[in-house]
Design a protein around this ligand. Structure first.
Ligand code: HEM
Length: 215
């Protein structure tokens, strides 16, 4: 599990000797979330078949079925944060245009349902926890834009709507970051968000492993 101990290094006012009052340094919420999940992102970035140069439509179908299943499982938490509801509709439309949809669905249906035990155990009820999960779900579409630029010609005429259309609906990424910053600038909320983000990444990695997408 990725460590969130680095948050301790962001703590202020721990000195034993009295200090003159100072403005508290502002914690960069996005930087903390990025640091907490960096190693997990690397595993996806380097391991996903869709990120390979020779990615095929079958890889896209497998990718979308796992992402759809994952986002549906996270719905109870996402409903407590702003998230682009149009994204799931784009996944549906893209899957309908994938000839390999049936195979990808069969693989998914043979898998056990997402195990949410870990998420439920570490959910401390703070909204920060949900915002950490929303950060991962929205962030996954940033990488999607990179994939779209790589694959749009290779996989044409498939429109790759889900990869290509981030930003046309829902919050822009700068809006999302501003939202995170305004909600997570207190230590406990941010710590909870990091726990949520790590748990969401770990669940997704597990689902991609079970689907045979990554080793
Ligand atoms: C589907 C699983 C994925 C998830 C959950 C995910 C998650 C994230 C998150 C949370 C961010 C925001 C990081 C930040 O705070 O700046 C991000 C950004 C990014 N991701 Fe991923 N990612 C995924 C797949 C990928 C893949 C396969 C690639 C390979 C192309 C990739 C490339 C990137 C890039 C280049 C950025 C930075 C984009 C920018 O700043 O404009 N991601 N991703």
């Amino acid at each position: 599990m990725a460590s969130v101990d680095f948050l301790a290094s962001l703590a202020v006012g721990s000195s034993a000797s009295p200090q003159p009052p100072q403005a508290e340094p502002r914690i960069d919420a996005a930087a903390a979330l990025r640091a907490a999940t960096h190693a997990l992102h690397e595993q996806l970035d380097h391991g996903l078949p869709l990120a390979r140069a020779d990615a095929q439509l079958a890889d896209y179908a497998a990718h979308l079925t796992v992402l759809r299943d994952w986002q549906r499982a996270l719905a109870p938490w996402l409903s407590r944060a702003i998230i682009d509801p149009a994204a799931l509709a784009l996944i549906e439309q893209d899957l309908n245009d994938c000839p390999a949809q049936a195979h990808a669905l069969a693989v998914l249906n043979a898998m056990p349902p997402p195990d949410l035990t870990a998420l439920r155990q570490i959910d401390d009820g703070r909204n920060g926890f949900c915002w950490g999960i929303a950060y991962v779900v929205e962030g996954s579409r940033l990488g999607g834009q990179v994939l779209y630029r790589r694959l749009s010609q290779q996989l044409a005429p498939h429109p790759l709507r889900y990869l290509g259309q981030r930003g046309r609906t829902g919050p822009s990424w700068p809006e999302m970051l501003a939202c995170l910053q305004s909600r997570l600038d207190a230590g406990p909320e941010l710590q909870s968000a990091c726990h949520g983000a790590v748990a969401a990444f770990e669940l997704l990695l597990l689902r991609f492993r079970l689907a045979g997408c990554i080793a």
